[in-house]
Design a protein around this ligand. Structure first.
Ligand code: ACO
Length: 526
């Protein structure tokens, strides 16, 4: 495509530059005046220190940072990846594709000679050659549907650049800080925060809905004894059986209030199924949920057989609220696709659990905890973390596809872990600080921050949840989000049936000469 073109031919020059010490408001005036999306940040000696972009400004404002007082160096991308004036445009394209930046500083030796924008590169490239992250040939959505809105929802949303997510417009972190599990559950599935009377009635219904149909309870010991038992696969099977035992009808054939009733039933029995399966698997008697306990208290009580402390309940409650929903993630999408066929709620939840079971989605908070165990003591952290990154390994609990700033869930869970106290929380904070420093040094410009999983394991461990129940616990709270999505899809349904771009051999292909003759003979002989 652009074989003879170099970065110098297409970059914006001279580079728009700003000093480290000006405020965000002043920087935005400079970006605006030059009509560019990003500027290079230089120190007083004229050396490149970072990049500041419109996205950084947006994210800072989203975080409540005051643009009139905050300085550029506080929010810029430090030690940015660079390209050289003599690099080819293909090289520039490769960097955009791999690193997912939109602007790169172009260096001529030590001097910043210009800024290369993804737009410059795309403009000179043929479309089939380009396909940077988020784009695709005409008629084809980007791989993985990244950045494609495929439905309207009023359940909630994630704003990755701002480090913010919400449920029905309310900041999810604020909900987790101030509300109970049942209040947020009501918000997600009924659409509004409940008043006292509504909360009382909803909680009563949710407690009553915990009862398991006898045929389901009878089958659980057999599921728990399956050779390939994992808690999530067992839950998936049990949910499927529960849907059948409850004689669930296609959502297409039932009114909206019945859909919501069945959703409440399923979200209420998921913890019961999980804990019964867990205890059967360990050869222990199941524990009936205590009617006096809400969702979270009963969750721990069914696991351990003991009434948990208020402190433990509140800590777990905050984690569970934070993980109820998270935009149009893969399992939520799966639940909606299945519901869009008019299928029953048990089927939609079974599919959603299957999607969550994949390592690319359900993650592994236990791996972050295992990393802490492997490090052992604070003095070993630096060496361990450097060694991991240098050998191409990833630090568990860091980095995120959507959040390119602090994951708001990790920020709250850090507070929760610290409040719970204990040596493990203290150690995790030390490891986190070292990890962020080492990542910034060894992976500059990648925007790697702590994700939800890092402190999730610490919090769950502190309240007595064993590591193999970490992801199932996530599944339990996410069932609330799935059911909200199912009810929304069923209430305003259209079959989700996309198409694919065929890239196989040119049709119609003639069958090879004589092919099929033998089969025909054999068929005739039958
Ligand atoms: N440790 C070290 N380097 C990392 C990490 C990490 N945790 N995450 C990303 N990087 C580096 C990559 O090596 C890559 O570097 P390179 O440019 O030198 O090749 C660069 O950052 C970009 O990586 P991508 O794979 O493009 O980032 P992506 O956005 O696709 O990855 C993911 C997101 C999968 C979460 C990744 O950060 C990761 O593997 N983290 C560790 C596992 C983890 O914590 N998972 C839980 C995620 S939260 C959840 O699922 C609910």
């Amino acid at each position: 495509m652009t074989a003879s073109l170099t970065v110098a031919d297409v970059m914006h020059k001279p580079a728009v530059v700003v000093p480290t010490s000006i405020t965000l408001a002043e920087a935005s005036v400079i970006l605006d005046g030059a009509n560019v999306g990003a500027a290079a940040v230089l120190d007083p000696q004229g050396r490149l220190r970072g990049m500041i972009s419109e996205r950084d400004l947006l994210r800072s404002v989203g975080h409540g940072i005051d643009p009139a007082t905050a300085q550029v160096e506080e929010v810029m991308t430090k030690n940015p990846v660079t390209v050289s004036v003599s690099d080819t445009v293909e090289k520039g394209l490769e960097v955009f594709r791999e690193r997912r930046f939109r602007h790169l500083p172009v260096m001529d030796g030590e001097r910043v000679a210009g800024i290369l924008s993804i737009r410059h590169v795309v403009r000179v490239a043929h479309i089939e050659d380009v396909q940077p992250a988020g784009s695709a040939p005409p008629g084809l959505a980007p791989r993985g549907l990244e950045g494609v809105a495929v439905a309207e929802t009023s359940v909630g949303d994630v704003r990755g650049e701002e480090g913010f997510f919400h449920y029905r417009g309310y900041n999810a972190v604020e909900l987790a800080r101030r509300c109970s599990f049942e209040q947020v559950w009501h918000l997600l599935v009924e659409g509004e925060l409940p008043d006292d009377a509504q909360l009382k009635a909803f909680t009563k219904l949710a407690v009553e809905a915990r009862s398991l149909p006898d045929p389901v309870a009878d089958m659980l010991p057999r599921i728990a004894a399956l050779p390939g038992y994992t808690p999530l696969m067992a839950l998936r099977s049990a949910v499927s059986i529960a849907g059948a035992a409850l004689e669930q009808q296609p959502t297409l054939d039932i009114p909206a209030d019945e859909v919501r009733r069945e959703c409440l039933k399923m979200a209420s029995i998921v913890p019961v199924l999980l804990m019964r399966l867990h205890r059967h698997h360990l050869g222990l008697e199941p524990v009936e949920p205590d009617e006096d306990l809400g969702y979270v208290g009963a969750y721990i009580q069914m696991l351990t057989g003991e009434r948990p402390s208020q402190r433990a309940i509140r800590a777990l409650e905050q984690y569970l609220i934070l993980t109820m929903d998270h935009g149009f993630n893969s399992s939520t999408f799966t639940a909606r696709v299945i519901t869009s066929t008019g299928s029953d709620i048990g089927s939609a939840l079974t599919g959603a659990i299957g999607a969550l079971a994949g390592p690319l989605h359900g993650g592994a908070p236990s791996r972050a905890l295992a990393m802490l165990d492997a490090i052992g003591t604070p003095d070993k952290a630096e060496e361990y973390l450097r060694h991991e990154i240098s050998s191409g390994e990833r630090l568990m609990g860091f980095g995120h596809r959507v959040y390119k700033t602090d994951d708001p869930r990790s920020t709250l869970l850090r507070d929760v872990a610290i409040e719970l106290g204990g040596p493990q929380a203290e150690f995790a904070v030390q490891v986190e600080q070292t990890a962020l420093r080492v990542l910034n040094e060894l992976k500059p410009g990648r925007r790697l921050y702590t994700n939800v999983e890092f402190y999730a394991g610490v919090v769950m461990n502190s309240v007595g949840i064993p590591p193999d129940m970490f992801t199932p616990t996530f599944a339990s709270s996410r069932t609330v989000g799935w059911t909200a999505a199912i009810a929304e899809q069923a209430a305003n349904n259209r079959l989700i049936r996309p198409s694919a771009l065929y890239v196989g051999p040119q049709p119609p292909r003639p069958l090879p000469d004589g092919y099929g003759a033998a089969l025909k003979g054999a068929e005739l002989a039958r």
